[in-house]
Design a protein around this ligand. Structure first.
Ligand code: ZN
Length: 142
């Protein structure tokens, strides 16, 4: 799989809340990352160094997004996965902010900003889903 503009997908989120609702439901730093497209400081996230088995859901809507079996240590300071649990659970969008061309990923269920995907991951996908810990909620066992 390669990254290109055809990776872009458009979806209408099922969970729709006003800015005020999200602001009252989420911790300030979670609101900033997920709703205002922020990025947490590298190595600041609690999931950056955690590799125990488990699944990761969207912090905003509980949608299952990633599995620890796809998690790897990228050394970047952000939790990194080689693929989502289901490719249809994330939305891909070209992001040209900060003078870079990146692919932004967000939750297909509630449009929460998750992070970006880069074409420098391990095989077989060769993709690195670079996420904010703050966008995720670890579900220990299922
Ligand atoms: Zn979500």
């Amino acid at each position: 799989m390669t990254l290109s503009s055809d990776k872009e997908s458009v979806k209408t989120p099922k969970v729709v809340r006003s800015k005020e609702e999200w602001e009252s439901l989420l911790a300030p730093e979670v609101y900033r990352v997920t709703r205002l497209h922020g990025t947490e400081r590298p190595f600041s996230g609690e999931y950056c160094h955690i590799f125990e088995p488990g699944k990761y859901a969207c912090i905003c809507c509980d949608k299952l997004l990633f599995d620890s079996s796809d998690k790897f240590d990228s050394g970047t300071g952000w939790p990194s996965f080689s693929k989502p649990v289901d490719d249809s659970s994330v939305v891909y969008k070209k992001d040209t902010s900060f003078g870079m061309i990146r692919i932004e990923i967000s939750c297909e269920n509630c449009a929460a900003h998750l992070g970006h995907v880069f074409p420098d991951g391990p095989p077989p996908s060769y993709l690195r889903y670079c996420l904010n810990s703050l966008s995720l909620k670890k579900i220990t066992h299922e």
